[in-house]
Design a protein around this ligand. Structure first.
Ligand SMILES: [Zn+2]
Ligand SMILES: [Zn+2]
Length: 264
């Protein structure tokens, strides 16, 4: 018999997460009765008061709580400026808690997003912007207090042309999961990551999520052997019993460009 698992979502995310988790014999049930927007949302409105990780954990715990099931899943996505201040990056977290067994495991995806925003003044720049938008990605149009969400590219085109006769408009990606194909792909990748982490169980107590998350610095310099800040080993620590396993990385030495002695 399949084990019922609750997912807290309003935007049809259970369907994206389910394939990766089917190997565990789980039957995902959506809990749509709770307004997840009260925990913060992308498109303005409620402001965020938790980190993405806290938010994903909170949703997972709520899913278990509201459904009365042992296992709950919550997901949380966020967008921010990428590394070195370049581009927009998408972080997707999917947290799975088992309230009966007392563990929580979070899968993640972090990578570049196509998300863009344009300030448009004429039909020409509108055409150029829309040519960049991938198929089925929906858009948000803003002009002063006027705001229209969930527009297809064709709808955005017509509405923007109409509005441009008054003054310039701002066009941006609608990043809600059901309106953004790339974000759905990222959520699936986070679900795959969650599945991999759930498969890794503690050798001592079999609690899932025994994952080498912790990077230990100290890879020795190739020239002088002094410990550098580069990762020398990765460590997994069991959240239940504290059992620890340390795996050295494949590299034996760090290039001397990372050495404080050889290259200060
Ligand atoms: Zn353990
Ligand atoms: Zn050195």
């Amino acid at each position: 018999m399949k084990q019922a698992v609750a997912v807290l979502t309003r935007h049809d995310k259970a369907r994206l997460i389910a394939p990766a988790l089917s190997q565990f014999g789980w039957q995902l049930t959506e809990i749509a009765s709770f307004d997840t927007d009260t925990l913060g949302s992308f498109a303005g409105g409620q402001s965020r008061f938790m980190t993405a990780q806290e938010c994903a954990f909170r949703k997972a715990a709520l899913a278990a709580d509201l459904s009365g099931l042992n296992i709950g899943i919550g997901s949380e996505g966020s967008f921010s400026v990428g590394p070195f201040g370049i581009g927009t990056y998408n972080l997707e977290l999917i947290c799975c808690v088992n309230v009966a067994a007392g563990w929580a495991v979070t899968g993640r995806f972090y990578g570049p997003s196509l998300a863009q925003q344009w300030l448009l003044a004429d039909a020409e720049s509108l055409q150029r912007a829309l040519a960049d938008v991938e198929p089925n990605q929906h858009l948000v149009l803003q002009q002063g207090d006027y705001l229209k969400k969930a527009l297809t590219a064709a709808q955005a085109h017509n509405l923007a042309l109409l509005r441009l006769s008054r003054c310039e408009v701002t066009l941006s990606y609608d990043l809600r999961a059901h309106l953004s194909p790339q974000r759905r792909l990222h959520i699936q990748q986070a679900a795959d990551d969650l599945a991999r982490r759930l498969q890794c169980v503690c050798p001592q107590c079999a609690t899932p999520g025994f994952w080498p998350d912790k990077a230990l610095p100290g890879l020795p310099c190739e020239a002088c052997g002094v410990a550098t800040s580069l990762t020398s080993a990765r460590q997994a620590v069991c959240q239940r019993c504290g059992y620890t396993a340390t795996e050295p990385v494949a590299a034996r030495h760090a290039s001397q460009q990372y050495c404080q002695e050889c290259n200060p």
